[in-house]
Design a protein around this ligand. Structure first.
Ligand SMILES: NC(=O)c1ccc[n+]([C@@H]2O[C@H](COP(=O)([O-])OP(=O)(O)OC[C@H]3O[C@@H](n4cnc5c(N)ncnc54)[C@H](OP(=O)(O)O)[C@@H]3O)[C@@H](O)[C@H]2O)c1
Length: 380
C-alpha cells in the first residue's frame, strides 16, 4: 500500500483560522475555498497539479495532493482548523481503482490529518451513502464514513448540488442536448437538491459550530426525479420528450456499451445511483447549522439561465455567453468553473434507446443473461 507522511509539523497557524480543502479544483471544492476565504479563513487548497491550479486561481495557496500516493506535508503545518475532504475520483476504470483512490486515499489523508493535529476532519460524502447502495460510488462513500470517528469527525451528505458545474451541469447539458430523455425506473425516485451557495454556507456553519457525526444537507422535501428533469428542461429552455424506460434493460445495455468502450453520457454507475435514490430526513441537521436551503425550483431560478440553443435542429449546445459568465461569477464563485460546461450531443442517448429497443424486441433470454454476466465489473 502506498503511503504519505505529514509528520514533523510545527505550530505556525496560531490563532489564525486555516482550512485545508482537498479537490479544490473541483466544482464544490473551489466554491468552498472562495466561501471560507470570504469568511476570513486562510485557505490551503490541494490539487493534483498545484502549479496549473495556482495560475487559474491565484488567490489561494496551492499544495500537491494526488491520492493515494502524494500529499505535500506543508499543507497541514500548524494544526489547521479543519480539513475538508472533497477529492473523489468518479471517472474510475474499475472498482479496484476507485477503491485505491477514494477509500485508501481517504484513509491516508485522515491519518495525516490526525498526525498533524487538524482540528476537524470533514468528509464530503453523499446521500447515496447508505446500506442499500449498489453503486461503487455509494458503497465507497459509506466505507469512508465508517472509518471516521463519529465523536470527532464530520461526514457531510449533500443532495444533488445545483450550480454551474458537477453532476448537475452534466445532467442539465445532457437533457438540453436530447430530444428524448429516458426516465429510468419510472422517474419516481425521490431526490433532494441543494444550491451550491447553501451547501457552502452549511459546511462553514458546521465547522464553526463544531458539528460532528453525520450532517445531511438538502431541501426539506424531496421531489420525484422526473419533476427535477422537467424543471431542468424548462430552465434550459428546451422541451424534450420524457419517456419511462425499464431500468434493468438500460443497465444491461449500458454495461455492454461500457465493455465495448463506447462512451455515453450515462454510465451503469449513474443508473445504479438513480435506482437507489432515497429520501433523507434533513430537518434536524438543517437546524444544527441554522440553514434554510432553497427548494429545487428556487435554486434553478437563482442560477443563470443558459443561452437558448441557437440551432435546435442540430447539436444543441449549452454554452454560456460572456454576459452570463459574468453574472454567474458575481453570484457564485469563479468564472473559470465554466469549462465544466461541456457540450454533449444527443446522439449517444439515441444510441442507448435504439440499442435497448432492439434488445427488448429481439434478445432471447439466454443472450440477456449472458449480457448481464458481462457487466460484472460494475455489478451489484
Ligand atoms: N456535485 C454534487 O452534486 C455532489 C453531491 C453530493 C456529494 N458530492 C461530493 O462532493 C465532492 C466534490 O464533488 P464535485 O462535484 O466538486 O466533483 P468534481 O468537480 O469532479 O471535483 C472532484 C475533485 O476531486 C479531485 N480528485 C479526483 N481524483 C483525485 C485524486 N486521485 N487525488 C486528488 N484529487 C483528486 C479532482 O481533481 P482534478 O481537478 O485534478 O481532477 C477535483 O478537484 C465529491 O466527493 C462528491 O462525491 C458532490
Amino acid at each position: 500500500m502506498s503511503s504519505f507522511t505529514a509528520d514533523a509539523m510545527t505550530s505556525t497557524a496560531g490563532s489564525r483560522r486555516v482550512v485545508v480543502i482537498s479537490g479544490a479544483t473541483g466544482f464544490l471544492g473551489l466554491a468552498l475555498a472562495a466561501h471560507f476565504q470570504r469568511a476570513g479563513y486562510e485557505v490551503r487548497a490541494l490539487a493534483r497539479s498545484p502549479g496549473r491550479a495556482a495560475t487559474r486561481h491565484p488567490s489561494f495557496t496551492w499544495y500537491r495532493c494526488s491520492l493515494p500516493e502524494a500529499l505535500d506535508p506543508r499543507a497541514l503545518e500548524g494544526a489547521p482548523t479543519a480539513l475538508i475532504h472533497c477529492a473523489f475520483e468518479t471517472h474510475f476504470r474499475s472498482e479496484a481503482s476507485a477503491r485505491a483512490t477514494n477509500v485508501e486515499g481517504s484513509r491516508l489523508l485522515l491519518e495525516a490529518a490526525r498526525r498533524a493535529g487538524v482540528g476537524r476532519f470533514v468528509f464530503i460524502s453523499s446521500m447515496s451513502a447508505h446500506e442499500r447502495a449498489e453503486s461503487i460510488y455509494g458503497r465507497t462513500k459509506l466505507e469512508v464514513e465508517r472509518m471516521l470517528d463519529g465523536g470527532r469527525d464530520l461526514s457531510v451528505r449533500p443532495g444533488l448540488i445545483i450550480g454551474s458545474g458537477g453532476v448537475f451541469l452534466r445532467l442539465a447539458t445532457a437533457i438540453a442536448g436530447s430530444r428524448v430523455v429516458p426516465l429510468f425506473y419510472g422517474g419516481r425516485q425521490p431526490i433532494q437538491t441543494i444550491a451550491l451557495q447553501d451547501v457552502c454556507a452549511g459546511i462553514l456553519a458546521a465547522v464553526e459550530r463544531g458539528c460532528v457525526g453525520t450532517l445531511r444537507l438538502g431541501e426539506e422535501e424531496s421531489v420525484p426525479l422526473r419533476e427535477l428533469y422537467r424543471a431542468i428542461a424548462a430552465w434550459a429552455g428546451v422541451r424534450p420528450l420524457f419517456i419511462p424506460f425499464p431500468g434493468g434493460v438500460g443497465l444491461s445495455w449500458l454495461r455492454v456499451a461500457e465493455r465495448l468502450g463506447v462512451r455515453l453520457p450515462l454510465s451503469s454507475e449513474n443508473l445504479l445511483g438513480l435506482k437507489h435514490l432515497e429520501e433523507c430526513e434533513v430537518r434536524q441537521d438543517l437546524a444544527r447549522v441554522g440553514l434554510r436551503p432553497r427548494t429545487m425550483r428556487q435554486s434553478l431560478s437563482d442560477l443563470a439561465r443558459p443561452r437558448t440553443p441557437r440551432r435546435p435542429g442540430l447539436t444543441s449546445r449549452l454554452k454560456p455567453t460572456p454576459a452570463e459568465i459574468r453574472e454567474l461569477a458575481l453570484r457564485e464563485t469563479d468564472p473559470a468553473e465554466w469549462p465544466h460546461f461541456q457540450p454533449i450531443t444527443r446522439g449517444p442517448l439515441f444510441a442507448v434507446l435504439l440499442l435497448a429497443g432492439v434488445g427488448i424486441a429481439a434478445a432471447p433470454s439466454a443472450l440477456v443473461r449472458m449480457l448481464r454476466g458481462a457487466g460484472g465489473q460494475h455489478g451489484a
